[in-house]
Design a protein around this ligand. Structure first.
Ligand code: GLU
Length: 426
């Protein structure tokens, strides 16, 4: 398949294999998901008709703990993509050392075209179909692209009804009222910011001089830009799926104000507005393609896979790329970027704050307790900083890029778990 995300994922995996000694049988198992579920979900539409939506769950590997990963609602969701995302979850959980395996789900749908009622029936339908193969000790879904805490609230309610008991740990990323974690909403971004701060310290850079361009303005892109802005970094460009804005004279932009404008006008492509006063002099429009290639210090892809490819990798001007999206860089682009001396902080580390927040939520639910936001930060910060330091040291030791280093760490951990669990005595 051209541009197959799963093929890209396997290419990254194979690249790292030369640095680890692992059993051929384990390699063979890691190249395939443990289970693929494809379901058809009938939904009663508001106009009285019935529509059937295609849903997926890929359970990739659970050697280190229950399968874990989000559910994506997107019109272009396909099995190959969900497999790649489930594989990356397996690697990601191992990189940060949380006791989960990897999985991912999806529904082929454009959620913006459904009413709230239709979306709720679809979400409950997904749970009804997947109920036999998910659960707190088996497979724990969470939000991903175009799903959110509201969707998780419906899903956990449906699961609990089917189970006949409260089961908050069956899903993470829930609303606070039904066992969600105070801090899960921005934990992906928080994690990325801790990683960036650690990298900035290593490279002895000055935050106020660092110009940042962010592609994507969903949950992850927005909070990452906002937290970096609040920490004194310069946000010079922001885009969403329809386009973006760039500062013409290097002036810093405030993501909270951009979000307000987006909510009011539905677009961030246009003038930069503060309240009702719009500034069309300091900001101009930019396409997503231009944003990736613009002069800046840190480029943050926080949208879709496959944004940095062999075609544009030679034109990237940023010195650092921090992958807050899953799979934004194609493997051949990776090689090019490494040769050009561009540091790529890989998705499996940079955005692992999300699933780490989910882990804390799962623990909170299983303890029957309530964590405070500062408890979450107090756990997340050392987890992300230490994970970054381990990846950094491994990259230095083997003289490889950070992605390969993260894979080396993860493959060793997963393979140890598989070997320990499945010892076969001859
Ligand atoms: N969807 C997020 C990710 O790609 C979070 C998954 C989770 O919390 O389980 O990492």
């Amino acid at each position: 398949m051209a541009g197959s995300p799963f093929r890209s994922a396997l290419a990254q995996f194979e690249k790292a294999l030369q640095y680890v000694e692992i059993d051929a049988g384990i390699v063979e198992q890691l190249k395939k998901p443990a289970r693929l579920a494809e379901v058809n979900i009938p939904v009663a539409m508001d106009d009285g008709s019935m529509k059937v939506f295609l849903g997926y769950r890929v359970q990739y590997n659970d050697a280190r703990g229950p399968f874990k990963g989000g559910i994506r609602y997107h019109p272009q969701v396909h099995l190959d993509e969900v497999k790649a995302l489930a594989f990356w979850m397996t690697i990601k959980c191992a990189v940060v050392g949380i006791p989960f395996g990897g999985g991912k789900g999806g529904v082929k749908v454009d959620p913006r075209r459904l009413s709230a009622g239709e979306l709720e029936r679809l979400s409950r339908g997904w749970v009804q179909k997947m109920f036999p193969i998910i659960g707190p000790d088996v497979d724990v879904p969470a939000p991903d692209m175009y799903t959110n805490s509201t969707v998780m609230g419906w899903m956990v309610d449906e699961y609990s009804k089917l189970a006949g008991k409260h089961t908050p740990a069956a899903f993470t990323g829930k609303p606070i009222e039904v066992g969600g974690l105070d801090g899960r909403e921005d934990s992906t971004a928080q994690g990325g910011v801790f990683v960036i701060k650690e990298l900035v310290k290593k490279l002895k850079l000055t935050p106020s001089k660092i110009r940042i361009a962010v592609q994507g303005f969903g949950n992850v892109g927005y909070y990452t830009a906002k937290l970096l802005h609040d920490a004194g970094y310069k946000i010079v460009a922001i885009s969403d799926s329809r386009g973006g804005i760039v500062s013409v004279n290097g002036k810093d932009m405030d993501p909270a104000v951009v979000m307000k404008t987006k909510k009011e006008k539905g677009l961030i492509d246009g003038c930069y507005c503060v309240g009702t006063v719009c500034d069309c002099e300091n900001y101009k429009t930019i396409t997503n393609k231009q944003l990736l290639e613009m002069p800046c210090d840190i480029l943050i892809p926080a949208a879709m896979e496959n944004q940095i490819t062999n075609v544009n990798a030679g034109r990237i001007k940023a010195k650092i790329i921090v992958e807050m999206a899953n799979g934004p860089t194609a493997p051949d682009a990776d090689t090019k970027l490494f040769k050009r001396g561009i540091t790529v902080v890989p998705d499996i580390l940079a955005n692992a704050g999300g699933v780490s927040g989910s882990y804390f939520e799962w623990v909170q639910n299983r303890e029957g307790s309530r964590w405070k936001n500062h408890d979450v930060i107090a756990k997340l910060e050392p987890l992300m900083r230490e994970s970054f330091d381990t990846v950094w040291a491994t990259a230095r030791k083997h003289e490889v890029d950070l992605r390969t280093a993260a894979y080396i760490i993860a493959i060793k951990r997963i393979s140890e778990a598989m070997k320990t669990r499945e010892k076969i005595y001859k």
